[in-house]
Write a protein that binds this ligand. Sequence first.
Ligand SMILES: Cc1cc2nc3c(=O)[nH]c(=O)nc-3n(C[C@H](O)[C@H](O)[C@H](O)COP(=O)(O)O)c2cc1C
Ligand code: SF4
Length: 440
Amino acid sequence: MPLTPVLTQRFGTEQPWRIENYEHLDGYAALRTSLAMAPDELIALVKESNLRGRGGAGFPTGMKWQFIPQGKNGQPSGPHYVVVNADEGEPGTCRDLPLMMNDPHSMIEGIIIACYAVRAARAFVYIRGEAVHAIRRVTQAINEAETNGYLGQNILGSGFSCQITVHAGAGAYICGEETALLDSLEGKRGQPRLKPPFPATNGLYDAPTVVNNVGTLASVPYIVRGGAAWFKQMGPDGSPGPCVYSVTGRVAHPGQYEAPMGTTLRELLELAGGMSRGRELKFWTPGGSSTPLFTPAHLDIPLDFDSAVKAGSMNGTSALMIFDTGDCVVRAIQKWSDFYLHESCGKCTPCREGTYWYAGIYQRLENGTGTEEDLETLLDLSDNILGRAFCALGDGATSPVTSSIKYFREEYLAHIEEHTCPFTTARTLASAGARAGAAS
Ligand SMILES: Cc1cc2nc3c(=O)[nH]c(=O)nc-3n(C[C@H](O)[C@H](O)[C@H](O)COP(=O)(O)O)c2cc1C
Ligand code: SF4
């Protein structure tokens, strides 16, 4: 499959994170072009490109920018903010960190352009605290951009001034939810806010705020340089552009693969060297653990925002976790349920209590003491969480549970009837056989 990398085009070149190398490869050319345009022209360009947010929900970026109240004659009555969501906590997702490590300036250039478009003088990059390497790399790149006149006062003599601050989160998955992130940034406990009002009108410090993902903003300089028509050539009309897919699990070469939106798992598997253990594909997530499972029947579904929904799941964070016929689906969902229990912020009852019940039932099922009634309780719990939880974390926790029961009910029943995990038994027999073979 022929690929033309866009977001990852500088990966593998000589120290692409250094500003002189970035500039050498057309870096900050889009900022010069942008500063010669009117802010509203830039918003119109991003709208025209149909860029959709890469953070998970796929919200149209230009529309989000346009929601920011622009004040009289383009003069805002108070501060505006741009906040970059670099929390990247969704299981299986690993593309914002490689982007920030390899090419931090494309994100920074995108942030400055976004600030200029929405008349913000201040941006924050919220990076999870464990990613000390990325915090250092981005901070260093911001310092370089300041030294070279791309940040600070009167950028490139345009009269526009802008500052970027890096903020280290404390490593909570819920702080990736945009309003919990804003509370965390304000120094409060990270819990979601009631919406509406949305961040576009009442965001950081109650001021109009754009919250965008790293990959969304890193795409902006390319749109400014290449134009909306060029961007729309890649992938389907409704959700075009390049996408970095994280492919992990039972594949020969796990990693990040950049391809146009709408690439299928069949094509991505080819890029990743196929399955790793000589076994067949059993199930997979198209966009992280919060998206309903797919099976081999979905190998040819185009992985973009609209097609994935049509096929019963979501594109989410484009994190494909691949499982083969040697993997136990109940055990996989047990692991994710433990994760959601740990990460539930506790603000609302359906998610706080539901994830606790999920985890207990999965423990029973996996250790062989589950019952058929447990299966019905799992579905009943899911009904009571989905659409009733305060934020999308709760909804996401139900996705692997309901989709796995839909596709693999027989495997759940086998756990119940055999009073053990059939995969554990198979593993035990295999290793006992291997030990006996070695002894003889
Ligand atoms: C529990 C939860 C975790 C999230 N984590 C992230 C994250 O780590 N990074 C991200 O960009 N968006 C995350 N999101 C989505 C954000 O709320 C928001 O939609 C996104 O940052 C908007 O940026 P975009 O329009 O550029 O996609 C998360 C949402 C939820 C419900
Ligand atoms: S669904 Fe409720 S308890 Fe769960 S993370 Fe969101 S607000 Fe917190």
